[in-house]
Design a binder for this molecule. Sequence first.
Ligand code: UDP
Ligand code: MG
Length: 176
Amino acid sequence: MQERRSSSSTMAVEQCLVLIKPDGLVKSLTGDIISKFSETELIIVGSKVVQVTRELAEEHYHHLREEKFFDELIKYIMGEYHTKRVLALVYHGENAIKKVRKIVGLTNPELAEPTSIRGKYGRVTSKGVFENVVHASENPKEAEREIKLWFRPEELVYTIYPTEAKNVARTIIFWK
Ligand code: UDP
Ligand code: MG
């Protein structure tokens, strides 16, 4: 990771995984959300629409597996209540995590600043889950874990993390 220090602050070039969750897609908020992030001048280095499997959902939220809302959270991110689609984006640039999370707002939409994405568009369900429209990585270590979980190296325009080549036998689907 590149680091540049100035007298007043530390600048770090970071990556941040952003997921526009199924409620964000159903409410057609993708354009609004991406426009809002463009204020940061961070760049998008990867993006794709994902149909989230149970395995991916449980791995992504593994730190919350003991929480009482875990099962509902898994259903939510898998799209059971909205649409089975998530838009995954990787943002890159100086202090990416802090910049993205400021725009995203606090986890609980009722406590998030009203002008933040979660404050504007999120809600708390009757089952107590925070349907908060977007996910954003919390720190560089989590960003790395999450980006490696959601993206293959060749799906990003930069080779952000070290890679290795392996010979594997696998079946690839082509267009007919
Ligand atoms: N969540 C919830 N209730 C809680 C805490 C979290 O429904 O009391 C959900 C919410 O959708 C949140 C996700 O679980 O975005 C992941 O929680 P985390 O604590 O990592 O918050 P985040 O990093 O997303 O702000
Ligand atoms: Mg989190």
